[in-house]
Design a protein around this ligand. Structure first.
Ligand SMILES: *[C@@H]1O[C@H](CO)[C@@H](O)[C@H](O)[C@H]1NC(C)=O
Ligand SMILES: *[C@@H]1O[C@H](CO)[C@@H](O)[C@H](O)[C@H]1NC(C)=O
Ligand SMILES: *[C@@H]1O[C@H](CO)[C@@H](O)[C@H](O)[C@H]1NC(C)=O
Length: 586
């Protein structure tokens, strides 16, 4: 009995799925013929759905995972099968087709599902209609764009292009200038179309005054329920402060209560007043995944206001500050936010004038962000102690792939602590940046040991330290074996001489796909430069400029005697080096 009912149920589901697929195919056919203008008027879409809608009481939405996969396959076949469209625009390759189809299906599914949740109908056929319409629209878009040409390849992927046409309303591309009320009226028209599917809006790069903001206000109010991503960066440029604040206030109250996953308020010179002008919006954001506050004059008070206004950062994955967080108190507020953001993957707090105390606060708070993949703390005044504090949190970062710790006054001690911690964690580290930290050959040995363990490294930046030949040789030895993905090494301005330069060149020379070695601003002799150039004879673009190299360069922290004994020093190093090489070869 049970089994029989179960079988019936199974057949019924299968029937629904088949119906779903059939309906989608029929609609695709109709939409594509209709919009490509080949057989205009051939199909009446509404009657097709109505037939299904009225005759049967089945549940068509949502489709099962396997049905969705089947449709992805179907779409991807459409892309690689010759047709009247591909004859005109060219055939896609298999990879492009698969990637594009997957993306399209996801976007169409999201749009339809959103509609279904907002206005559920009995059988879900209107969701199916949106699903088919969105997917066919995007398929045509991809087909018409045709296969990627060599130039496209670098600029655009199928992903980006199809993502750009779907659901995004973007006015940032135009001229960066004031817009009037009338212009706003014209520009924002598509957002007023009933049933539009825009879920992401970008008002960036246009300066809104009061007129334009008042035009935008009712429009934003009417669509805020469907918005998931809002970019209001750089939207009041050149406006007097009082007007700018009022405009931000209008946007903020119009958008109050929307449930965003992405919010970009960068480049608005916010300060505390600005942050508070966005208060109504910020106060209702509890599922934000990405928040950008770059170049916003985030002062101590402004940082506190951000922290105080946003009710929950539990879902936050990306949090980015850059420029003027003015110091330690601000960092303390951000640290409080970090403690509530356990899912954080990408944290940037660069050039924000954070000193020792703030650095320690941030470092300790980051300890609870074990999902961190990308950490950018460049250009702050941390110092040794904050570096050591950070090293204690770094142990927790198993997924870390990029770490930017340049210009933090780390010195040898801080750099060593961090290198030792990184050595034990972050097995897939790709980018290591510790430029400008006064690291000497002493610190270089910990760094070298860490680098040896990081076989996925693509980019290593140790510019503007004091590594000298001794340190440079340690680093060269560390990257020499393995490190097949390494493609960028910067050891410029490190008082490196001939021997160090040559060894670095030899260490990277044979890496497949290596792109750039920068050893400018060092003390390499003319002979040394010739040698290095000779090593890169067949790859001249890979070797960076050497025009700021100073063969007469002095080691400032050592005695004047050094100057006379340069040649001797070099010889001594050469012989040390030979020893190293011999050992290496054995
Ligand atoms: C902003 O406008 C400028 C000037 O018209 C343009 O060059 C730039 O690409 C725009 N920026 C963005 C992010 O769209
Ligand atoms: C946020 O806005 C700024 C300024 O317009 C822009 O440069 C940046 O790319 C945006 N960030 C993201 C992740 O979209
Ligand atoms: C950052 O601070 C400096 C000096 O306090 C100021 O000149 C600059 O305009 C500020 N930048 C921003 C983006 O607020």
């Amino acid at each position: 009995m049970m089994q029989k009912a179960y079988l019936h149920w199974n057949f019924f589901c299968l029937f629904c799925e088949m119906l779903f697929v059939l309906l989608v195919f029929v609609l695709w056919y109709g939409f594509i013929n209709h919009s490509s203008g080949v057989f205009p008027g051939y199909f009446n879409m509404d009657s097709v759905t109505q037939t299904f809608q009225h005759r049967m009481s089945v549940k068509l939405w949502p489709p099962s995972q396997s049905t969705r996969l089947m449709l992805v396959e179907r779409m991807s076949k459409n892309f690689i099968t010759p047709s009247f469209i591909s004859r005109k625009y060219g055939l896609l390759n298999k990879e492009e087709a698969e990637e594009g189809a997957k993306k399209i299906e996801e976007m169409a599914f999201a749009a339809a599902n959103q509609h279904h949740e907002k206005e559920p109908d009995g059988d879900g056929s209107s969701a199916v209609q949106i699903y088919a319409k969105e997917s066919s629209r995007l398929m045509l878009e991809v087909l018409k764009r045709g296969p990627k040409t060599q130039e496209d390849e670098e600029v655009k992927t199928v992903d980006e292009a199809s993502a750009a046409v779907a659901n995004l309303f973007d006015i940032s591309g135009g001229r960066r200038e004031f817009i009037s009320g009338e212009e706003a009226e014209e520009l924002l028209k598509p957002l007023k179309e009933p049933g539009n599917l825009y879920t992401r809006i970008c008002f960036s790069n246009r300066s809104f005054g009061l007129d334009a903001a008042r035009v935008a206000e009712p429009i934003l109010l009417s669509i805020k329920g469907q918005l998931t991503e809002v970019d209001l960066s750089d939207c009041v440029a050149g406006r007097p402060e009082s007007e700018a604040l009022e405009v931000m206030g209008i946007f903020s109250s119009a958008l109050e209560g929307c449930k965003l996953r992405y919010l970009n308020l960068s480049n608005n010179a916010l300060g505390e007043k600005g942050v508070r002008a966005f208060g109504m919006l910020l106060k209702t954001q509890s599922i934000l995944e990405e928040l950008y506050l770059i170049n916003d004059g985030i002062s101590e008070e402004a940082a506190r206001a951000v922290c105080e206004l946003i009710p929950s950062t539990e879902k936050l994955k990306v949090l980015q500050f850059h420029n003027n967080m003015t110091g330690d108190e601000g960092a303390a507020a951000i640290a409080e936010m970090l403690k509530q953001s356990n899912l954080l993957e990408d944290f940037r707090c660069s050039s924000t004038r954070v000193g020792l105390e703030g650095g320690v606060a941030l470092a300790e708070a980051l300890g609870s962000c074990s999902h961190l993949r990308k950490l950018d703390l460049r250009d702050n005044m941390f110092g040794v102690e904050a570096g050591i504090a950070l090293s204690k949190s770094l142990f927790a970062f198993a997924d870390l792939t990029e770490v930017y710790l340049s210009y933090l006054n780390l010195e040898d001690e801080g750099a060593e602590a961090l290198a030792n911690a990184l050595k034990e964690s972050a097995p897939s580290l790709e980018v290591l940046d510790m430029a400008g930290n006064d690291i000497t050959a002493k610190g270089a040995s910990s760094l070298a040991a860490c680098i040896v363990a990081k076989q996925f490294l693509t980019k290593l930046n140790l510019a503007e330290n004091e590594l000298k030949d001794e340190g440079a040789i340690l680093i060269a030895k560390a990257i020499e074996a393995g490190h097949g993905q390494l493609n960028e090494v910067d050891l410029s301005t490190n008082a490196i001489r001939r021997a160090g330069a040559r060894l670095l060149a030899q260490a990277v020379m044979h890496k497949p796909g290596f792109k750039s070695l920068n050893i400018n601003g060092n003390y390499i002799s003319d002979e040394g430069i010739d040698e290095v150039k000779d090593i890169f004879k067949s790859l001249p673009d890979v070797l960076g400029k050497l025009d700021e190299n100073d063969p007469e360069g002095e080691d400032l922290d050592e005695d004047a005697r050094e100057e006379d004994e340069d040649a001797e020093d070099e010889d001594e190093l050469e012989s040390k080096l030979k020893g190293l090489e011999i050992k290496h070869e054995e």
